[in-house]
Design a protein around this ligand. Structure first.
Ligand code: MN
Length: 327
């Protein structure tokens, strides 16, 4: 339920800033641009800001060139929307600037949102912040044109893994349907978001798969990626995102693990599972995440990290209590 009057706020404020989280994803970027364009259509000066640069894969989004990673000199007392951020730390270095705003509206779908705003609209039943922005525009009769629709469609398909994840609801599909009515081409969006990658990524994947190993039961599969493997192709750590899914998706495998060993004896570990709770496994090492997708960072010699992590997974596989309750 939306319990604030955006039209009354728009009467009061002309300068509006939209901020979103560091390492921005499709939902952060798409929902910010959609809201920004809608406000600009109402004659407002809307700025879209993020502490980090926007990844180049989103360069096809309408309005993307307006996103800034600098904080402009701002007159005091304006209005800010903070989108897709569970807490202010997720704003990165721009967090220290939020005191400048007279009013902060927090719109988010993370269940862990700590309600930092003057107004908080947090709906964890929504698969994406894009769905909430759609509702906000629709219920206030703000025009949802093609440019806004494309941004919202990217936001929603990004956070639902192209409508594949469990968070996808009938409401998600109804909103996606309404956006398709505006002329969005779903095939182009999924190609840009999910299918295309830089050449460095596929070369890195080839080298990573060459390190594939299994435990004797065949239920655990893992890969060891060294930082020098990334340097070889000038690849960024973010290019490793998704590699672990190849392991989890092997029919016989229950848990896939990606070990990324950095030069300074720190290993970033990514877990994916079919049924066991890998959030609790990651928590054992000070990390966290979701029951089937989690991660942690462990400081130790690479071979020690692998040994310790595999031990905990093995213990979990031997306990029924580690299974996620499925309906
Ligand atoms: Mn989101």
């Amino acid at each position: 339920m939306i319990d604030f009057n955006i039209l009354a706020l728009l009467d009061k404020y002309d300068n509006i800033t939209i901020l979103t989280h560091i390492r921005p994803d499709g939902d952060a970027i798409g929902s910010s641009l959609a809201l920004g364009i809608a406000l600009q259509q109402r004659g407002k000066k809307a700025k879209m800001l993020c502490s980090d640069k926007i990844p180049s894969k989103y360069s096809f989004l309408p309005g993307i060139e307006e996103f800034q990673d600098l904080f402009p000199e701002e007159e005091e007392g304006s209005l800010a929307f903070i989108l897709d951020c569970s807490d202010l730390d997720r704003l990165g270095w721009m967090k220290e600037k939020v005191l400048k705003f007279e009013k902060i509206i927090n719109i988010d779908h993370h269940i862990t949102n700590d309600k930092f705003g003057d107004v908080n609209w947090v709906d964890s039943s929504a698969a994406s912040t894009g769905e909430l922005v759609f509702q906000l525009l629709q219920e206030n009769n703000l025009e949802i044109n093609y440019e806004i629709s494309l941004n919202l469609y990217v936001a929603i398909s990004s956070d639902t893994g192209s409508f594949k994840y469990e968070n996808t609801t009938p409401q998600t599909m109804r909103i996606a349907g309404a956006l398709l009515e505006k002329g969005i081409n779903p095939s182009i969006v999924s190609q840009k978001l999910f299918d295309e990658y830089p050449l460095s990524t596929i070369l890195l994947l080839r080298d990573s798969l060459a390190t594939l190993e299994f435990d004797p039961s065949g239920k655990i599969a893992w890969m060891n990626v060294q930082e020098e493997m990334l340097r070889k192709y000038d690849a960024k750590p973010a290019e490793l995102d998704g590699f672990v899914n190849y392991l989890k998706n092997i029919e016989e495998v229950e848990v896939g693990v990606l070990f990324y060993h950095t030069d300074n004896e720190e290993t970033k570990v990514g877990f994916r599972s079919k049924n066991i709770d890998v959030a609790s496994i990651a928590q054992t090492f000070g990390g966290g995440g979701h029951p089937r997708a989690s991660g942690c960072t462990v400081s130790d010699k690479p071979q020690e990290v692998v040994k310790r992590v595999l031990e905990v997974i093995n213990n979990c596989l031997n306990e029924n209590s580690a299974l996620i309750n499925t309906k």
